[in-house]
Design a protein around this ligand. Structure first.
Ligand code: CO8
Length: 251
């Protein structure tokens, strides 16, 4: 099964995250494939924009918890996933996330790397990593902070609140709110693909430069890596799997 389905639409491409049995959780194979595809489309002049969406009604329910369970801080420090995330965010053309259903943890972090987020009416989004004794590690906490401010970001990161599409749109997380995110995102990609490619690139490059100057992306990643060795992470993941409340000890 292809982890990412490629669906060319003429001047733009739809990429479908395709692990519906795991709510499209982003395992390393999927993240690598996404990075490879975007790197290829970056160099292809025929492609003017890319949409990312998820198969069977969900965007992505996070990084793959099975992979995180046994990962140590030392492994996290040299993890190739960092390169894949960086390649995705560095995609120099307009990237649109069409978010239906769950976009949680690393899944929401992926959506936050898109330039435009289209929220479907039933979208449920959040950064619940702290429920597992972790924090967002791909810059999502920082990007969210920049979008919605400290008070609301604290609700989502420290309390792990998961919010619906309307609230997310009111808070400024989505660029668009639609009955059907895929249909709306397709219209947006059509529009983007007719706009001046060099201007699109220059505008996005300036936004990326702002992010690199202003956001504490390295510090957030370092915090995530440090937590990989903790007993709290082990307990958080065990509790999630057992469907019980975690007993964190700060160890
Ligand atoms: N990873 C792996 N498998 C998952 C994940 C996940 N994130 N989410 C769901 N699944 C699997 C379940 O284990 C289950 O598998 P199985 O059928 O084999 O038991 C299957 O998907 C269906 O899941 P549910 O039965 O739980 O489906 P529901 O519809 O009842 O619930 C939810 C859907 C609400 C999405 C629920 O599955 C859930 O809460 N998932 C976990 C959400 C979460 O905590 N996400 C954060 C993960 S940690 C993370 O993303 C860290 C990011 C760090 C960034 C990277 C740094 C570099």
């Amino acid at each position: 099964m292809d982890e990412v389905i490629v669906d060319p639409k003429g001047a733009w491409v739809r990429l479908v995250l395709n692990r519906p049995g795991a709510r499209n959780a982003l395992n390393t194979a999927m993240l690598r494939r996404l990075a490879e595809l975007l790197t290829g489309f970056a160099a292809d002049p025929a492609c003017r924009a890319v949409m990312i969406c998820g198969a069977e009604g969900n965007f992505a329910a996070g990084a793959d918890i099975t992979e995180i369970a046994d990962k140590t801080s030392a492994q996290g420090a040299v993890d190739l996933r960092k390169r894949h995330w960086a390649a995705i965010r560095a995609f120099p053309k307009p990237l649109v996330a069409a978010v239906e259903g769950y976009a949680l943890g690393g899944g929401f972090e992926l959506a936050l790397m898109a330039d435009l987020i289209v929220l479907g009416a039933g979208a449920q989004i959040g950064l619940p990593e702290t429920n597992l004794g972790l924090i967002p590690g791909a810059g999502g906490g920082q990007r969210l902070l920049a979008l919605i401010g400290r008070a609301r970001a604290a609700r989502m990161v420290l309390l792990g609140e998961i919010i619906g599409a309307e609230q997310a749109f009111d808070w400024g997380i989505g660029s668009h709110l639609a009955a059907d995110a895929g249909t709306e995102a397709a219209l947006i990609c059509e529009k983007l693909s007719r706009r001046a490619p060099l201007a699109m690139r220059a505008a996005k490059a300036a936004q990326l430069a702002y992010e690199h100057k202003v956001l504490a992306l390295h510090e957030e990643r370092a915090g995530f890596e440090a937590l990989l060795d903790t007993a709290d992470k082990t307990e958080g993941i065990a509790a999630f799997r057992a469907g019980r409340r975690a007993e964190f000890k700060g160890e």
